[in-house]
Design a protein around this ligand. Structure first.
Ligand SMILES: Nc1ncnc2c1ncn2[C@@H]1O[C@H](COP(=O)(O)OP(=O)(O)O)[C@@H](O)[C@H]1O
Ligand SMILES: *[C@@H]1O[C@H](CO)[C@@H](O)[C@H](O)[C@H]1NC(C)=O
Ligand SMILES: *[C@@H]1O[C@H](CO)[C@@H](O)[C@H](O)[C@H]1NC(C)=O
Ligand SMILES: *[C@@H]1O[C@H](CO)[C@@H](O)[C@H](O)[C@H]1NC(C)=O
Ligand SMILES: *[C@@H]1O[C@H](CO)[C@@H](O)[C@H](O)[C@H]1NC(C)=O
Ligand SMILES: *[C@@H]1O[C@H](CO)[C@@H](O)[C@H](O)[C@H]1NC(C)=O
Ligand SMILES: *[C@@H]1O[C@H](CO)[C@@H](O)[C@H](O)[C@H]1NC(C)=O
Ligand SMILES: *[C@@H]1O[C@H](CO)[C@@H](O)[C@H](O)[C@H]1NC(C)=O
Length: 389
């Protein structure tokens, strides 16, 4: 039922056009060295592993992999080390059709590496990170982008100060767009304002500073626990207090599935869909979030092109020609958040409870199916099937 809804909304939309705007993921790329063991090794022991492989890692980079497998045009942006492993990473991005044309290439620092031990018995994954101080992306790198190429930007919340300056840059762009589309209705009108999402992960309190500026926030379980929340509803309630009015908040929680909060405060939820046998739990979180991005981005476009009229609040608002009434109506609909003085509210009217419910269920299905796959190969088929049924 959920999937047929999805079909109804996006099924009839045309295949990606060559210059369809991309989703840009800003963050880290690294090399993952994965060892698959029967059981987790005992310290100071000597044991064989079942399998050894290299894979391209880094959250933003993985996010692109999944988006690309879902056939959403995407680009990765982060610093690349010109030292060892560069060609491995570049070849792999080419293989997955991930654009990386704007990544600065730096010399003198090695590539970040993660060694991952997967235990088949327990399904656990143990990760050892090593970052030989490869400098992070700077605002100047980001400012060189032509933002017209993008419809959505996802930030891996790394350096908060830098990410904030990037977000402000996008805001200026959004505003300039508002002005120009009011004045002329020519061919250019297809530039939609950029939607911003971030992921809050790790125990980094500073990431909360990003919340007042984002449209869609992904909150990881680690981050929730760190905030003292031990279930999803508590997490959503707590994070919503600091988010921009009208933001969407999404929280995934392993085998408990996921829960999310719409711009107007409605809570939706999906159970997990575990596979018959867990093969590889690395990247379930990436898969989940990328599936959400893919889904919501499609909806964003189909609502704007009015492909399938839906009798919902979001639809009515999106079809309202007059921008003034539009924003007034939204303001009445959404409770103002008084903790925030900054910024106008988020304009993600395309995300209502029906849309978000379907997005979360879709993403849990994709993430569940991913647990039964080694790496990401095969996810493209899963996307295809889940979007078809
Ligand atoms: N053990 C599991 N069983 C079933 N589904 C899972 C499991 N772990 C993760 N998932 C699926 O992946 C999604 C993302 O979970 P998350 O906890 O963010 O993953 P990660 O462990 O990669 O951080 C969940 O919402 C759920 O749908
Ligand atoms: C990637 O995300 C996972 C969970 O979302 C987190 O545990 C991990 O630390 C992140 N990796 C990096 C390099 O930030
Ligand atoms: C974030 O980036 C700024 C500017 O590049 C830098 O000065 C600062 O030290 C960085 N902060 C962290 C925590 O890395
Ligand atoms: C757009 O219009 C608003 C108000 O109409 C104005 O304040 C703002 O400076 C304009 N922005 C640009 C980039 O022209
Ligand atoms: C935009 O379209 C409207 C209605 O189609 C028309 O009246 C108006 O003149 C157009 N404006 C410009 C700048 O072309
Ligand atoms: C979630 O956590 C809060 C606070 O710890 C608690 O009050 C609430 O009952 C919990 N809800 C569920 C469904 O467990
Ligand atoms: C990107 O990957 C990380 C985990 O590696 C995940 O937590 C995050 O939600 C992903 N974000 C998106 C938008 O795919
Ligand atoms: C860009 O515009 C969109 C749509 O109006 C809005 O949701 C978003 O918050 C804006 N982003 C920023 C950074 O202002």
């Amino acid at each position: 039922m959920i999937s047929s809804f999805y079909e109804k909304i996006v099924g009839t939309s045309p295949p990606p056009e060559p210059n369809e705007p991309k989703i840009l993921c800003v963050g880290l790329i690294c090399l993952d060295i994965v060892q698959v063991c029967k059981t987790f090794p005992v310290e100071d022991s000597d044991q064989r592993c079942i399998e050894h492989r290299w894979q391209r890692g880094g959250n933003a980079s993985n996010n692109c992999t999944v988006l690309s497998l879902a056939k959403t045009p995407c680009e990765f942006m982060g610093t690349l080390s010109s030292e060892q492993h560069l060609s491995f990473l570049q070849d792999d991005m080419r293989k997955y059709k991930i654009n990386f044309a704007h990544c600065p290439m730096l010399e003198g620092a090695g590539c970040p590496t993660s060694t991952v031990i997967l235990s088949l018995t327990s399904g656990s994954r143990t990760i050892l990170h090593h970052n030989p101080s490869l400098p992070e992306l700077t605002f100047e790198d980001f400012a060189k982008l032509n933002l017209e190429e993008y419809c959505w930007i996802h930030f891996e919340g790394r350096n908060v100060t830098t990410v904030l300056s990037m977000i402000k840059h996008v805001e200026t762009y959004n505003n300039s767009l508002k002005n120009s589309t009011q004045n002329d209705n020519s061919t250019d009108s297809f530039h939609l304002p950029i939607t911003i999402s971030v992921e809050l992960e790790k125990s980094n309190e500073q990431l909360l500073d990003l919340l007042p500026y984002v449209d869609v926030a992904f909150v990881s379980r680690d981050f929730a626990l760190f905030r003292g929340c031990d279930n999803m509803s508590e997490t959503l309630r707590s994070i919503a207090q600091e988010a921009k009015s009208g933001a969407t908040i999404i929280c995934a929680w392993g085998d408990r599935g996921a829960m999310a909060r719409t711009p107007d405060g409605t809570i939706v939820q999906s159970p997990a869909f575990p596979p018959a046998k867990t093969i590889d739990s690395l990247g379930a979180g990436d898969t989940f979030a990328a599936a959400i991005l893919h889904y919501l981005n499609k909806i964003k476009f189909s609502s704007n092109k009015s492909v399938q009229p839906m009798k919902t609040l979001s639809e009515k608002l999106l079809h309202n020609e007059d921008p003034e009434t539009k924003s007034n109506e939204v303001k009445r609909e959404i409770k103002q958040n008084h903790n925030i003085e900054s910024l106008e509210q988020s304009h993600t009217e395309f995300i209502d409870s029906v849309v978000l419910q379907s997005a979360v269920t879709f993403a849990c299905r994709v993430a569940g199916a991913k647990l039964g796959l080694k790496g990401y190969d095969g996810l493209d088929k899963i996307f295809k099937e889940l979007q078809k049924v």
